[in-house]
Design a protein around this ligand. Structure first.
Ligand code: SF4
Length: 426
C-alpha cells in the first residue's frame, strides 16, 4: 500500500478537529466552570472509588445486569470467552472500545476461532488493514480515502460511497451476530446505568439485534450521579470532535425480556495509580482525544509511533504508570508546551505528569548518553562538519534499508535560501 503523506497532512487533519472544538466551545460561556466541575467530580470519585464501585455494582445487579470483575487483561478476556461459550456464540459485533484494544481481545478471540467484527467505521478500516488504531476517537485518521478505497478493494475513493459500502457490508454482520460487545463511557453509581456514546449508532444496532450484550469498562468510568452526565456529556462531544452532542448517547439500565447484559469491570493496573498524588489525575480521563489533536508532536508523528495502546500525552502517562521501564521513554515525546493540559476538559495536569515520569524514568533506567553528547559537541564545534551533517541529514530518512520512519514520510521541502545565506547577504 502506498503510504506517503504530504508532510503537513496529518497535522492539518488533526488541527481541523481542534479548530472545530475551539469554535464550538465559544458558544458555551460557562465552559471553564464546566471543566472545573468535571475535574472536581472526578477527583471526588477516584478518591472514593471503593464506595462508588460497590454502590454501582449493587444497583446494576438490582437492575438485572450480570456484573463480572477482572483484575487484569487476561481475566477480562477469559470472562468474555466464558460468556461467549455459554451462549454458544460464533460471531461477535463490537463497537469501539479502547479497553478491548488494551486487553487485546480481538486476537485472543480470533485464536479461539471466534469471528469478531469491529463495527465503528474507523475501527473496521484498521481491522481490515491489519493495523491498530492510531487515535482513540479517530482510529483511522492516519489513512487517506484513497488508501481506504484500496483496503475496501474499490476504485472509487469518494468518502460517501465508501461509507455507504461499509454500512451495507456491516449490516449483514449485525443481522447474524450472536453477541454485541461495547465499551462504556460512563457508569452511573446511583442507579446502575451504563452510558455508551457513538456517532454511528453501531453500538445501538448491535445491542438491539443480538440477544446478549457484553459491556466492558475500566474502574475509572464511574460517575456518582445521573446529573453529573449533564457536565460530562457536554464536555465530551465538544472536546472530541467539536460537535454539540454525540449523535447517539444510549443509556442501558436493564436488559429487555429474553436478553442479557453482562458488564465486565476491569482494573488492569489502574488501581496502581490510585493514591499517587502526582499521577492519579490520569484516572479522570474521559478519552476525548483532544490532547492528541492539539499536541504538536502527535500531529507530526501520528499515533502509531507511540508503543502504547493509547497514544498522545495521556497515553504516555498511562503507559509510564503501567511500566516505567517499557513506556517511560514516551514521556519525552512532548515539547512540554502545556497545550494538552490547557485543552483537557477534565483539567488533567498532563504536561506536569510527563515531567514527573521523565524524572522517574531517569531514576530507574540508566542510559549512558555521554557518547551522543560528545558527538553532538564535536559536530557543533566544527562549522564544516556541522554544515556537512546538516546537508546529509536531508537524505537520512530515505537512505537506510527498512527504515520504517522514512518509508512512510516525506521530508518537508527546504527553503531555496537558508537563513544563513539570507543573513550573510544582508
Ligand atoms: S487526558 Fe483529557 S484531553 Fe486527553 S483524552 Fe483524556 S480527557 Fe481528553
Amino acid at each position: 500500500m502506498k503510504t506517503f503523506k504530504s508532510p503537513n497532512w496529518l497535522n492539518e487533519s488533526l488541527w481541523f478537529v481542534r479548530d472545530k472544538r475551539d469554535k464550538t466551545i465559544k458558544n458555551i460561556p460557562e465552559w471553564e466552570e464546566l471543566r472545573e466541575e468535571a475535574s472536581n467530580i472526578k477527583a471526588h470519585t477516584i478518591t472514593h472509588l471503593d464506595f462508588y464501585l460497590e454502590e454501582f455494582e449493587k444497583n446494576a445487579l438490582k437492575n438485572g445486569i450480570k456484573v463480572h470483575w477482572a483484575i487484569d487483561a487476561n481475566k477480562h478476556n477469559k470472562i468474555v470467552e466464558k460468556i461467549l461459550k455459554a451462549k454458544n456464540a460464533k460471531k461477535i459485533v463490537k463497537s469501539k472500545s479502547m479497553l478491548t484494544e488494551e486487553c487485546e481481545l480481538n486476537p485472543y478471540l480470533e485464536k479461539k476461532g471466534y469471528e469478531i467484527i469491529d463495527t465503528d467505521l474507523g475501527e473496521r478500516i484498521v481491522q481490515l488493514a491489519h493495523q491498530k488504531p492510531s487515535h482513540i476517537v479517530l482510529p483511522a485518521i492516519h489513512l487517506k480515502k484513497e488508501e481506504v478505497a484500496e483496503i475496501f478493494k474499490q476504485k472509487d475513493s469518494d468518502a460517501s460511497y465508501l461509507t455507504a459500502l461499509a454500512r451495507k457490508r456491516l449490516r449483514k454482520h449485525f443481522e447474524s451476530a450472536d453477541v454485541a460487545i461495547t465499551g462504556v463511557n460512563f457508569a452511573v453509581s446511583e442507579d446502575g446505568t451504563i452510558v455508551v456514546c457513538t456517532n454511528e449508532g453501531n453500538a445501538d444496532l448491535g445491542t438491539s439485534l443480538a440477544k446478549t450484550h457484553i459491556a466492558v469498562m475500566g474502574i475509572e468510568k464511574i460517575v456518582p450521579k445521573l446529573e453529573d452526565l449533564g457536565v460530562f456529556l457536554r464536555l465530551l462531544a465538544r472536546s472530541a470532535t467539536g460537535q454539540e452532542i454525540t449523535t447517539y448517547t444510549s443509556f442501558f439500565k436493564k436488559p429487555e425480556s429474553e436478553k442479557e447484559i453482562h458488564l465486565v469491570i476491569v482494573d488492569n493496573g489502574r488501581s496502581k495509580i490510585l493514591g499517587k498524588e502526582d499521577f492519579e489525575g490520569a484516572l479522570k480521563c474521559i478519552r476525548c482525544g483532544a490532547c492528541m489533536n492539539t499536541c504538536p508532536v502527535f500531529r507530526r508523528i501520528g499515533g502509531h509511533e507511540y508503543n502504547y495502546v493509547i497514544p498522545g500525552a495521556i497515553g504516555a502517562n498511562l503507559g509510564s504508570a503501567r511500566d516505567i521501564k517499557k513506556y517511560g521513554k514516551l514521556s519525552f515525546a512532548s515539547t512540554l508546551c502545556g497545550s494538552c493540559t490547557n485543552i483537557c476538559p477534565i483539567k488533567i495536569n498532563l504536561h506536569e505528569q510527563l515531567l514527573g515520569y521523565r524524572s522517574l524514568y531517569k531514576e530507574q533506567v540508566k542510559e549512558n548518553k555521554d557518547i551522543y553528547y560528545k558527538i553532538a559537541f564535536w559536530i557543533l564545534k566544527n562549522p564544516f562538519v556541522y554544515r556537512s551533517v546538516f546537508w546529509l541529514a536531508k537524505f537520512i530518512p530515505y537512505s537506510f534499508y527498512k527504515n520504517s520512519w522514512g518509508k512512510k514520510r516525506q521530508s518537508p521541502k527546504l527553503a531555496k535560501k537558508s537563513f544563513k545565506d539570507i543573513y550573510e547577504s544582508l
